[in-house]
Design a protein. Sequence first.
Length: 244
Amino acid sequence: MLFDATRAALMELFSPAFRAAFMKSLGLTIAALMILWLLLHGLFDAFALPWMASLWPGFPAWADWLGLAAAIIAGLGLAIGLAFLIGPVAAIIAGFFIDDVAEAVERKDYPADPPGQAMPLIPSVILSIKFFGVMVAGNLVALLLLLVPGVNLVAFFAVNGYLLGRQFFEFAAMRFLSEAEAKTLRRQNALRVFVAGLIIAAFLAVPLLNLLTPLFAAALMVHVYKGVAIREGNRSNPARSFAS
């Protein structure tokens, strides 16, 4: 069941086998978010503040307190925007570490199964970059819907649940299948993958913990793939599964 798969993935997050991937993923995610923050802040200072000053010539000279308020509001806006970028950043970083995580899960929980094959680096990076664009577009839509009462949270979870579920399931499946076969398998099990994606989206919504989203999502989707493979009679022939 997905509950058991989720529990197993959470327990594995802090296991010794995950330690190296944990440190690398966390460090790169924090570094990427810091760079994004600096870029967004620089763009605001370069374009938004001069625009405000041009609309109100006396703005910098006699309304410093309004300038401070505007800076605080802008900072909050940037923070909200950055929060919506955690999903895309997590997805692109996952391309570098999902195989390490998948190997650790397979070795620990599925020792009798044939091991999966890591994706080549360049195809993995290309897929991650493509998905980064999709995630940014989806989260921009969710950000706009944030202004609609009763729709904002639904939009966040629906968009991220679908996109994260699709991305991480296909990554896990492509250790055993071609890209086309992985996509077909995902479509055939769309509801299960979407529900697993909602679990990932819920994890993503928890501050600080969401920095570990790539590791958690990779571990969870290995279990989900194994469960799907049993029912589909996939050639990976897993011996057991948490997500059946």
